[in-house]
Design a protein around this ligand. Structure first.
Ligand code: DP6
Length: 329
């Protein structure tokens, strides 16, 4: 094999029904299903080149050589691709995010989705979206969803080998033109990553079993809200899943708190604005940023109101995005 290089781009996603907890850590199998929206404005672009002249793998994130922890996860991922393609060359990986990394903006989701597509392409593997989603999941659970655009379901799956713990598209991005405002409250790197946070929660939170048990009901309800395009129902379920996830993480030992005072203030503000007739709903991942879901006709007015709150570093505005894809084909 000569050298092969491919570039892929994937979008971040935001979960409406959260993934939090694994039922089998070695294969990164989720303990609950999840439902997300793929986001147009937040992307990772990754180039993978397998080359015969390399003595080791290397990883660059936004042009800076990655640390050992980040590199290990990516190099293990490359091993899986090499096994599948039956090749032995090492690779260089260059990955660029167009948004702040490590601050709870799901860089691992777009990151491993883009890596899966670029690495499979570079290794000349012709894989289905389902297989790409399975591979992306092995890198990061939420990444399985970023293979698809629009409204996406991550299935819990039942098989031991994890081949059915993959995402599928519920509806494409044009089905229902929702928009999001992403309020950056802090650009500091998060203290407890999602993997560590969810594993500690599973081990120590007294509410964890209830979370797992009530997961299927939340999934059914959200799919119903999407099929009926019932925005109020979708929004209420989104806040419910978010607060439920954070409550069980807070009840872990030691308790995990991802919020800062501004996060809390924004939760209150979104609810006040809603009570005043400007319909919007919040959700928050493993970090302090607040994502606000709204209809297109309200996004500018909401943005103007939210901009008045002191302390917000920046506001990103996005529509729903499409699937992960190769850029150079
Ligand atoms: C709060 O996918 O980052 O964003 O599988 O351990 O890599 P790993 O976790 P990750 O967790 C995402 C958690 C979340 C909720 C979600 O996106 O569903």
């Amino acid at each position: 094999m000569n050298s092969f290089s491919r570039t892929a781009r994937a979008h971040a996603n935001i979960a409406l029904i959260k993934y939090w907890g694994k039922r089998y850590i070695p294969l990164n199998l989720p303990a609950v299903g999840s439902i997300s929206l793929t986001l147009e404005a937040l992307t990772t672009t990754t180039t993978v080149a397998f080359r015969p002249d390399l003595a080791a793998d290397s990883l660059f994130l936004n042009d800076i050589q990655a640390n050992d922890k980040q590199s290990k996860r990516v190099f293990e991922f490359l091993d899986r691709i090499r096994d599948l393609a039956n090749i032995s060359h090492f690779a260089t990986v260059h990955s660029e995010n167009n948004f702040p990394t490590g601050a709870g903006l799901a860089s691992s989701a777009s990151g491993f989705a883009a890596l899966a597509v670029a690495a499979a392409g570079a290794a000349k593997l012709d894989l289905s979206n389902s297989k790409l989603s399975e591979l992306a999941r092995l890198g990061s659970g939420s990444a399985a969803r970023s293979i698809f655009g629009g409204f996406v379901e991550m299935h819990l799956g039942a098989k031991k080998d994890g081949s059915d713990a993959v995402a599928t598209q519920i509806e494409n991005k044009d089905y229902w033109p929702l928009e999001l405002l992403i309020l950056i409250t802090s650009t500091e790197h998060k203290k407890i990553g999602s993997t560590e946070g969810m594993n500690r929660t599973a081990e120590t939170s007294p509410y964890y079993q209830q979370w797992v048990d009530t997961g299927p009901k939340d999934m059914r309800a959200m799919k119903d809200a999407i099929s009926r395009k019932d925005f109020s129902y979708l929004g209420e379920l989104t806040e419910y899943s978010c607060l439920k996830m954070h409550a069980l993480a807070m009840a872990a030992n030691p308790g995990i708190i991802y919020w800062n005072p501004l996060t809390m203030r924004l939760i209150e503000t979104v609810r006040e604005l809603r009570a005043g007739g400007l319909e919007a709903y919040f959700t928050i991942d493993a970090g302090p940023q607040v994502k606000v879901i709204c209809k297109p006709e309200n996004s500018e007015q909401l943005r103007a109101k939210l901009r008045e709150i002191p302390g917000i570093k920046s506001i990103l505005h996005t529509r729903l995005g499409g699937p992960a894809k190769l850029l150079d084909s």
